[in-house]
Design a protein around this ligand. Sequence first.
Ligand SMILES: NC(=O)c1ccc[n+]([C@@H]2O[C@H](COP(=O)([O-])OP(=O)(O)OC[C@H]3O[C@@H](n4cnc5c(N)ncnc54)[C@H](OP(=O)(O)O)[C@@H]3O)[C@@H](O)[C@H]2O)c1
Length: 393
Amino acid sequence: MELRPWREAPERDGVLLMAPHELSAGRRAEVLRSARWSWVHLTSAGADFIDLAEWPADTLLTRSWRCYAAPLAEYALHAVLTHEWRRGAPWQERDTRSAPAPDAPPVPAGASTGGGTGLWGAEVTVAGWGAVGQRLATVLDALGARVTVLRRSPAPGSPFHQTSDLGRALDADHLVVALPLTAGTRHLFDRAALGRARPGLHLVNVSRAAIVDQDALTELCAAGRLFATLDVTDPEPLPTGHPLRSLPTVRLSPHVAWRSRDSDAAFADDFATIWATLAAADSSAAPDPSATADSSADPHSSHAPGISHAPGISDVSAPGVPVPAVPAPGAPAPGAPVPAVSAPGAPAPAAPAPSAPMPDARALDAVIPGLVPPTTGRRARAAVRALLTPGRS
Ligand SMILES: NC(=O)c1ccc[n+]([C@@H]2O[C@H](COP(=O)([O-])OP(=O)(O)OC[C@H]3O[C@@H](n4cnc5c(N)ncnc54)[C@H](OP(=O)(O)O)[C@@H]3O)[C@@H](O)[C@H]2O)c1
């Protein structure tokens, strides 16, 4: 099996790896239109680059759902801790009895945190219960913060207080935005909501700028009423002279929270886990008449499929850079350790042996990690099976 540039992909049933944020909207559309992909996997965690209304439901769309959780949680933790420990500058007070450090942000009147410092007992809302939110909540909890989780549908049995009430979410010392950008979350934190936030709230956004009304946030930070640490802004980068760049209540970073020591391997891990899930699915459990009919009628069906990559993903496809290995028969369940990686061009192992039948295609889709609804994995499962067939490249 090999990784090929997208232009060399078969016209149908190809698997595309795409770094959507590195392509212009026009280029993305061109790549997506160029073939009838059975599966498109994004190197991003967000699927907001894709117009789902126009997306063919039988083309599986998956995202890198897990690999950014650790760095994003770490970034948010750093932001929260930095804010806590800069406010009131306790080190200067203790060591020199001097005034607060000149760059310490002002504490607004009415801020509930008073002179207290540190995470122990601090109230932190984590907005979003995806991989990022879950990891962050666990770390904050370990440090003694009182964590509230904002999500659409709070579930019973969570160790954390959960809410879908925006007002409750904004009544905190810190709010970390780790939500996906969707029609439902665009400007979720609008002017009215931010205006009702607890005075002194520190908003950390590691997700997408458009989830927050940036103009309203800027005004409230300029008034010293709110604080912000923003890894994402609109636009990116902000123009020189934008007020957010100079406010003492705001800290900015240029969309770098995803970085980690080995992001290529982490990305490959996510992809390989989805691959393993698709490969493990029993073909007889999810008959796909359209796929069968299609492939027999397909003039290109003898064309060996491969994994294609869009231009932005050249880092993953460079010679010598590992590509996720095809899982062996009895591939691991989602979340299980992924087998070692193999070099491009390595011989494809045998197709997985049929496993115990699973109920139906929808149940199979439900176990595909990173699946972006409402897409379905039926054609993708068929494509992965074809790629695993001995003799195929
Ligand atoms: N800055 C960076 O470098 C960087 C890097 C990677 C990712 N990101 C961003 O981080 C985001 C978060 O990723 P993730 O994978 O952890 O999240 P995710 O899995 O996409 O988040 C799903 C969560 O969001 C909740 N949710 C969705 N709509 C909501 C609404 N209207 N109100 C309240 N909650 C809502 C869901 O609630 P339910 O549980 O009730 O369904 C679920 O808990 C990505 O979408 C991406 O934009 C940024």
